[in-house]
Design a protein around this ligand. Structure first.
Ligand code: PHE
Ligand code: ZN
Length: 883
């Protein structure tokens, strides 16, 4: 057990920095067994007048301090104090230069924060508080400084030396060493600093900005990956154009660089002019990457690029404001993706993800508002709430204002705050001021945690031709927030007549009609909307596009849902109706299964799926989305007490029933869709076709016919791309055909053993297979030669996939799944606290399960909490989840 409790940091304690750093000059001397970091900081006190100078407290962790000079005078050891987290000294002038040398050991840095080695290269990760592991500094985002950086290293091993901004000079040293100096003209917080030194291949391209400036684009990768960068480069150019077109934002440096590294805790990082990426978010080639990977590359490249304005030019005042840049930027990348591909499908994917994962976070022990009030370790707050719910909050603002007024607001925001470190309130104020609106109540979305429930009931009165919607909102208690005030909930809706046509909307008390679709603002705990001139009893189509991140409750019958699934003119709500029908059917069957009674499928679900399959006019990706049943994770989230075994059993049973009942139409559609042969394209239509075809393959394999097995084996062998090959492998791995399964796995591993990202897929497919014996399989994978617990991608592919996607095995009744994951967390706590903490999430959800599983999960959390040397990251999550 740790003796000292880590401290909690509160938003209300925010204070301006005592000192500012106008200029930061860094020199890195990189060696195999250590690095020396020399900094020269031009500093001044952050106050006017003559008052006494406060002590200067610089952040620093795990540093060996070599020397400190104040205005060129070496300081004696008694002129400053050093502890585990800081260096304190007393300035004597209002302006001064501080020069510090620290020694660090990048080769031993397994936490992948600060300066570390990934494979043969040096790289950095400074967000959120990693810069303090490089040198003593004011490591807080409201201290913005102009950086000049010199990197020195051996030329043969590290021919490429990079940092932020523009290359100023470079040269040779004796002994085979060389150096390069980079200068970034834009003041930035330390978290956006980056450095790379390695033997890297460079892919070049260029982009002409809206004002006609030529920008050099470069992607750096390990030489063997040079053929896999085309999609990232293409995505980058499209992102740059889109941000000009949609937000009027132009790129500001003459060069933009992306570097791919294999060992990275997250997806990527928006360092100014020098984005560093997890290789999984850069590399994409049809032979080795699936369509999902192509999509992820496009999304992450866009996301990091968009940060150049929403994050870098305008940054966060403090880390409580993290969603200011992340929520906004996720909203921006989602809109980019929607414009590049299918808007409806993108929305379906995002909503599916949000409801299965963020809703669970909002209902769990780590629930926090989009702008948290406190934290122990900021790394724990790179959450689905900050990112995805934060994006939903920005989306609601966009919905309430409309595209044009939203743009007016963001123009004012960028203009007003360029070069500043600001707050979520500043963002809202810009939207308000540009449009003369008041978002005071809306801001509760930033301060109140939890997923609101929007309960709607309706009444039709034929005599007066009125239709009433009674809306009631509530929000469950979350840690530290027992009571909630009403939110502003934008609810997009329409009324459908008996033929499924949208009816004109006339609200009582309004002169003007609202067309056939409108957005109602639900602002009260209870609120009545009355529609007039409603000539027949309508069926409402509610919360279209998922216009607010809430749980909608409306007493639809199954027949209503069938009607909407077949007829709603709104694509998103068609999917939603089919989905909620499936949820309803599954929940009913789960109860029947628990009561030990035989299962019988409601044929209406089957008929909806049949109709959708036969509708060749419908986007194939939409068909695939409708056929995909709600995930086990979502069914767990919806349950009061989740019976994992029943959920898994019933869901698999329904999948099998659908496959049996629809075999013929599935085959017809499967054959019609055809395969891609050797030609591959990553356009939306081709991806949609592959998505549907592979969804069908998964179903057809459940029929266990020899025909489906040979189609699957054939696809595995002959596939011209990784999407199809992987889908066939998944189907085989989850089938009972031991021989074919093993042959395919062996063949795959042999063929792709030199491709770590492909091997991640191989690991992930096996680790998430729900067949019995999953734990033993995962344990075997951990001793495979390609597994390495120090590589976060491997940890995610094996341990993460097992705990998050293999629910039947993770939750096995004897608790061995929990014990295994806890063992890995204890090991990871020493190596990489951020990854350890992420792996904890599934265990923190113990309240969802039966008493016996609760006890087993809590026992593992308690065992972790009792470990010596627990990192702040793990301590915070474990202690909060046991509280
Ligand atoms: N800021 C990064 C992003 O969202 C994420 C990140 C956070 C990466 C912390 C590394 C460390 O784009
Ligand atoms: Zn981001």
């Amino acid at each position: 057990m740790r003796t000292e409790q880590p401290t909690t940091i509160h938003l209300t304690d925010y204070k301006q920095p005592d000192y500012l750093i106008d200029e930061t000059h860094l020199t890195f001397e990189l060696f195999e067994d250590h690095a020396l970091v020399h900094s020269r900081l031009a500093m001044r006190v952050n106050a006017d007048g003559e008052g006494a100078l406060p002590p200067l407290v610089l952040h620093g962790q795990e540093l060996m301090l070599q020397s400190v000079k104040l205005d060129d005078q070496s300081l004696a050891a008694d002129a400053y104090q050093v502890d585990e987290n800081s260096l304190t000294l007393q300035p004597v002038a209002r302006e001064f230069e501080l020069a510090i040398t620290t020694r660090i050991e990048p080769q031993n840095n397994t936490a992948l924060e600060g300066l570390y080695k990934s494979g043969g290269m040096f790289c950095t990760q400074c967000e959120a508080e990693g810069f303090r592991k490089i040198t003593y500094y004011l490591d807080r985002p409201d201290v913005m400084s102009r950086f000049t950086t010199t990197v020195m290293a051996k030329r043969d091993a590290y021919p490429v030396l990079l940092s932020n901004g523009n290359l100023i000079t470079s040269g040779e040293h004796e002994g085979g060493r060389h150096w390069a100096t980079w200068e970034d003209p834009f003041p930035k917080p330390a978290y956006l600093f980056a450095l790379v030194a390695g033997d890297l291949y460079r892919i070049d391209d260029s982009f002409t900005t809206m004002s006609g400036r030529e920008v050099e684009l470069r992607i750096y990768v390990e030489p063997e990956n040079r053929e896999q960068c085309g999609h990232a480069m293409d995505s980058l150019k499209r992102s740059m154009r889109w941000d000009e077109d949609v937000y009027g934002r132009e790129y500001d440096l003459d060069i933009f660089m992306i570097v791919a590294v294999n060992d990275f805790n997250m997806g990527a990082m928006e360092n100014k002019g020098l984005n560093i990426f997890n290789s999984s978010c850069v590399l994409a080639h049809p032979d080795t990457a699936t369509d999902a990977a192509f999509q992820r590359v496009e999304a992450v490249v866009a996301h990091e690029y968009f940060h150049n304005w929403s994050g870098n030019r305008v940054t966060c005042r403090d880390w409580f404001q993290l969603s200011l840049k992340e929520g906004f930027t996720v909203f921006r990348d989602a809109e980019f993706n929607a414009d590049m591909n299918s808007r409806t499908v993108k929305r379906i994917e995002d909503v599916t993800f949000l409801r299965a994962n963020q809703f669970a976070e909002d209902a769990g022990p780590m629930a926090h508002p989009v702008r948290p009030d406190s934290f122990i370790e900021i790394s724990n707050f790179y959450t689905l709430t900050i990112y995805e719910k934060g994006a939903e909050v920005v989306r609601m603002l966009h919905t309430l204002l409309g595209a044009e007024r939203f743009r007016k607001g963001t123009d004012l925001y960028f203009d007003r705050h360029d070069g500043q470190a600001v707050t979520c309130d500043d963002f809202i104020a810009a939207l308000e001021d540009a449009n003369g609106v008041d978002f005071t109540q809306f801001k509760r979305w930033y301060s109140q945690a939890g997923t609101p429930v929007l309960q709607i009931d309706s009444r039709y009165d034929a005599a007066t031709s009125t239709f009433q919607l009674l809306c009631r909102q509530s929000c469950p208690a979350t840690p530290g927030q027992p009571e909630k005030q009403p939110f502003v909930i934008p609810m997009r809706m329409a009324l459908l007549d008996g033929e499924g046509r949208e009816m004109p909307l006339q609200l009582a008390g309004e002169d003007q009609g609202r067309g056939t679709e409108t957005v109602l603002a639900v602002t009260e705990a209870e609120q009545l909307f009355v529609f007039e001139n409603v000539t027949e009893e309508p069926l409402p189509s509610l919360l279209r596009e998922f216009s607010a991140p809430v749980k909608l409750v409306y007493p639809y019958s199954r027949d209503d849902r069938v009607f909407l699934a077949m007829h709603d003119p709104d694509g998103f709500n068609r999917w939603e109706a089919a989905q909620s029908l499936a949820v309803d059917v599954l929940q009913g069957l789960i109860q029947i299964h628990q009561a030990g009674r035989p299962l019988l499928l409601d044929q209406r679900l089957l008929e909806v799926h049949r109709a959708v399959l036969e509708d060749t006019a419908l986007d194939a990706a939409m068909v695939a989305e409708i056929l995909r049943l709600p995930s086990e994770a979502y069914l767990i989230e919806l349950a009061e007490v989740a019976d994992v075994d029943a959920i898994h059993h019933v869901r698999e049973w329904v999948r099998r029933e659908l496959a049996t009942g629809l075999t013929e139409v599935m085959w017809t559609r499967f054959r019609q869709l055809g395969d891609d042969g050797s030609s591959y394209s990553a356009d939306a239509e081709s991806m949609a076709r592959r998505s549907l075809r592979n969804t069908l393959l998964g179903y057809l394999m459940l029929t266990e016919s020899s025909e489906s097995l040979s189609a699957c084996v054939q696809q595995f062998v002959e596939a011209g791309n990784m999407t199809d090959r992987q889908a066939a492998l998944v189907a085989l791995v989850n089938s009972p055909h031991e021989q074919q399964k093993q042959a395919a796995l062996d063949e795959f591993a042999q063929r792709w053993s030199d491709y770590p990202l492909v091997m991640d897929q191989w690991f992930g497919i096996q680790a998430s297979s729900p067949l019995p014996g999953g734990l033993e399989r995962v344990q075997a994978l951990m001793s495979h030669a390609a597994f390495n617990i120090r590589n976060p991608n491997k940890v995610r592919a094996v341990i993460g996939a097992f705990a998050n996607q293999n629910l039947a095995n993770f939750h096995r009744a004897d608790g061995e799944g929990y014990r295994f994951v806890a063992d890995q967390i204890i090991e990871l706590n020493r190596l990489n606290p951020q990854i350890a903490s992420r792996m904890l999430t599934p265990l923190t959800r113990w309240r969802k399960f039966d008493a016996s599983r609760q006890a087993l999960m809590k026992a593992e959390l308690t065992r972790i909490l009792a470990c010596e040397d627990l990192s702040a990251d793990v301590y915070e999550v474990v202690s909060k989840s046991l509280a």
